[in-house]
Design a protein around this ligand. Sequence first.
Ligand code: C2E
Ligand code: MG
Ligand code: MG
Ligand code: MG
Length: 283
Amino acid sequence: AAKNDGRGRARSFNRSMLIMLEQREMLRRGLRVALQERQFFLEYQPLIETDAIVGFEALLRWQHPYAGIVPPAVFIPLAEADGLMVEIGEWVLEQACRQAVNWPEHFTVAVNLSPAEFLRKGLTDRVANTLDSAGLSAERLELEITESVLLERTANNLDTLHTLEVMGIRISLDDFGTQYSSLAYLKNFPFDTIKIDRYFIKDVETDEKSQAIVRAIVALAHGLGMRVTAEGVETAAQAAWLRKLRCDRLQGNLLGAATPPDSIRNFLRQSSMASQRSALEDF
Ligand code: C2E
Ligand code: MG
Ligand code: MG
Ligand code: MG
């Protein structure tokens, strides 16, 4: 136990640190068996373009035997550090393709790739094989990467992105504006879509700076022939602003939170968007 500072502070600080470390250790150990024990599952969050769902983003969840549902922000860094993320990511891609093949044909599926997954050799072959065995056409798959992926090994990255593009897969640049945001990426890489991080969306109805930034990103993207998605849209006022600022796609709890695959049909049924109901007939 730690030395007490006389008022119990050092002790309680260290105790909570210890609890945190023990939890981390428990999660790390758990991750090693989570795949075999089938503790992972995917939820899907709708992507909306002018009032119609155009696709869903797959979001990974871990149903831990004691800890409940662990969010990806907690376990993905641990999995990355332990070299487990590549294998988990392969499962995600496989699962997402197999589920999406049952959806109406005009819906795409977006899958997030962490840096380790993107940078690993053989990605394009693995993606091609996965699409093939699922029977999903490449045009229905979007891969989301973040700027941090593009920091290293630029020539290889460019090759990978071009190969994926030639295959017909669309690439989105996720969480745009929060990391390095080098404009050189936008000049050199064939992104289909830029996803503006929630940071600029959460106050877009009141903050003129956020409005100016969104407006500038939209102009930049459209000038480069790219689409723009706004992430984390929670209010009707935000949605109205984002439409006014010419964002092509909206995503967020206002339009639909992440939902398990077997609720997608119900989601469409309850949707107020008339265009969704016709999509149901394709199920
Ligand atoms: P992301 O790709 O930027 O995904 C969007 C995150 O915002 C998701 O969090 C989603 O649930 C959340 N979100 C959506 N709408 C709203 C909203 O209106 N308000 C708020 N506050 N949040 C909203 P989630 O599911 O916890 O995922 C966090 C991050 O974990 C993702 O960010 C992505 O970077 C990563 N991730 C998730 N699934 C996977 C995966 O299968 N593979 C990899 N490599 N990363 C994943
Ligand atoms: Mg994403
Ligand atoms: Mg994002
Ligand atoms: Mg984000």
